[in-house]
Design a protein around this ligand. Sequence first.
Ligand SMILES: Nc1ncnc2c1ncn2[C@@H]1O[C@H](COP(=O)(O)OP(=O)(O)OP(=O)(O)O)[C@@H](O)[C@H]1O
Ligand SMILES: [Mg+2]
Length: 285
Amino acid sequence: MQSVSSELLVGRESDLELLVSALGEALGGQTRTVLLGGEAGIGKTRLVDEFLRRPLALESGALVLRGQSIDLDRDAPPYAPVVSVLRGLVAAVGAETALEAAGPARDALAVLLPELSAEQGADVDRSRREGAERLFDAVAGVFEGVAGEHPLVVIIEDVHWADHATLALLRFLVRMLDGARVLFVFTFRSDEVGRGSALRAWLPELDRNRRVERRELPRLSRREVRALATCIHGSALDVRDTDIIFERTEECRSSSKSWSAARRSWGLTAFLRPYAAFCSPGMSC
Ligand SMILES: Nc1ncnc2c1ncn2[C@@H]1O[C@H](COP(=O)(O)OP(=O)(O)OP(=O)(O)O)[C@@H](O)[C@H]1O
Ligand SMILES: [Mg+2]
């Protein structure tokens, strides 16, 4: 199905304000973390993208580093999203600066970025033996050191899929970095934080930190759904069509039925088909 999306961001003003204000504090030298939760497709990534287009984000000169957690079913290697972030950082500031910032634990970085071991003659085996502690120190050192020159916005998406090692490292960074010009933004699907999820313990631990703010994105209101549908459709929708779309998308969200099954059972017309883009990605409704 062709996906349709709105150029205009609908709603989410207070969520954008939260992110902009957290960035302002981070730029002023107070490390901040924002946890953005919400069900699949609710608009977490879109919100982050919009935040990055706000004047403060564009004009701050902050380095934006993004990492994506991958569904564990696909055998993601440990620390995968942090490795992407560090690769982005090394590409932006150069290996030498990154290694310098890592300080005495610099060789531990090569456990995550083997390409650095050749550069600095790092002893990867030694670092592995000495365990996670040096590694965590090295990563914290890199962020802290580089943030002295360039503020950092570190975005890790979909941490509900992150492995335990990554979550432990993120928790460590959030706890240890205080006065560094770093804003961390972690997104997660709140509908995947069920029994057995590592986030069940991880989230409350982060919540206890005063430098962390958690925001759960609610579903769009009926008025906002109308604005969104109008934007996609190109002209104002009447109240009846809005009601139909709102109700169908609500049903679609709470159902795992496929689009064709939904069409059969609910009699959705071709006109409504594009609005199924509001439904959770991954559901082909
Ligand atoms: N407030 C909004 N205004 C306009 N479009 C939106 C809004 N929120 C979400 N969208 C659109 O809805 C679709 C899904 O949003 P997005 O990918 O950000 O969801 P998500 O919460 O990150 O989902 P996932 O959990 O799968 O990562 C995108 O096409 C996005 O542009
Ligand atoms: Mg997303």
